[in-house]
Design a protein around this ligand. Structure first.
Ligand code: IPE
Ligand code: IPE
Ligand code: MG
Length: 249
């Protein structure tokens, strides 16, 4: 079988084309905690602990790029307690996982607007990116203070600045131009976008990049998501017929 991307074996051992880039909207932490009578932050901590297993199963599944949605530009609307708790969790997560990610040949990048994030967190993000920049295993991208519309607006601003500075000819602007200004400019488009927790919406995630992605909306709450479920979704992706507007011959 010839695959443009990587392959993944199903239960019977047959080989199928798996997704090269999986993006995940990790949703449901709050409900997971509330159903246990615990505060929402308890769910965020449980959710953060799930990330390692999912990152680690990527090589076996042929997933070269994994992008995870950790905090959206809209999540600032939450209570100060929840937002502060999440920011402190991100700092802890980065410090705690730095060694393991580096040792597992994971290359980490962050997307989103860093301007509103506190200096200590931004320093840790820079450090993690730097520590892992030579790695060529799984490319893990963490979307933090990320919003698709915000990203397109920031990209458009830089594009306009290049036009004003005479570096870019407006006549030459086409659909290949804008992605070069997006936070994701070094990443391929996602093949498969997974959202946990039963919500069937994309909540401002990778708007431009997901134009032709396949979607999986699953009921599992993020703290219950496992590598087995990830494997099942990657195998199911392999049986989909992506036509990109064409006709299968
Ligand atoms: C996703 O879980 C994590 C973040 C958005 C930071 P939620 O906190 O949205 O959990 P629910 O959707 O309220 O259950
Ligand atoms: C999307 O989840 C953002 C992240 C998972 C980080 P939300 O819980 O914020 O999305 P809505 O509010 O249900 O659309
Ligand atoms: Mg939610």
């Amino acid at each position: 079988m010839s695959c443009k991307t990587d392959t993944v074996s199903d239960a019977g051992g047959a080989t199928r084309c798996g997704p090269h880039h999986v993006a995940i909207i990790m949703d449901g932490n709050g409900r997971w905690a509330q159903s246990r009578g615990r505060p929402r932050l308890f769910g965020h901590h449980a959710g953060a602990r799930r990330v390692r297993e999912v990152v680690e199963c990527c090589p076996e599944l042929g997933v070269k790029y994994l992008t995870i949605f950790a905090f959206s530009t809209e999540n600032w609307k939450r209570t100060q307690v929840e937002v502060a708790g999440l920011m402190s969790l991100f700092r802890r997560y980065i410090s705690k996982e730095m060694k393991a990610l580096a040792a597992r040949n994971v290359r980490v990048r962050f997307i989103g607007d860093r301007v509103r994030l506190d200096a200590k967190l931004v320093k840790l993000m820079d450090q993690l990116e730097e520590e892992t920049q030579e790695n060529d295993g799984t490319h893990l991208t963490i979307a933090l203070n990320y919003g698709g519309r915000d990203e397109v607006a920031r990209a458009t601003k830089r594009l306009a600045q290049d036009v004003a500075a005479g570096k870019l000819d407006p006549e030459k602007v086409d659909q290949e131009t804008l992605p070069r200004y997006l936070d994701t400019h070094v990443l391929p488009d996602p093949d498969l976008v997974i959202r946990t927790s039963g919500e069937a919406r994309i909540s401002n995630f990778l708007l431009w990049q997901s134009a032709y992605a396949e979607y999986e909306f699953i009921d599992t709450l993020w703290p219950d998501f496992t590598s087995e479920e990830m494997g099942r979704l990657c195998r199911s992706y392999g049986s989909r017929d992506r036509r990109f507007g064409g006709v299968k011959t």
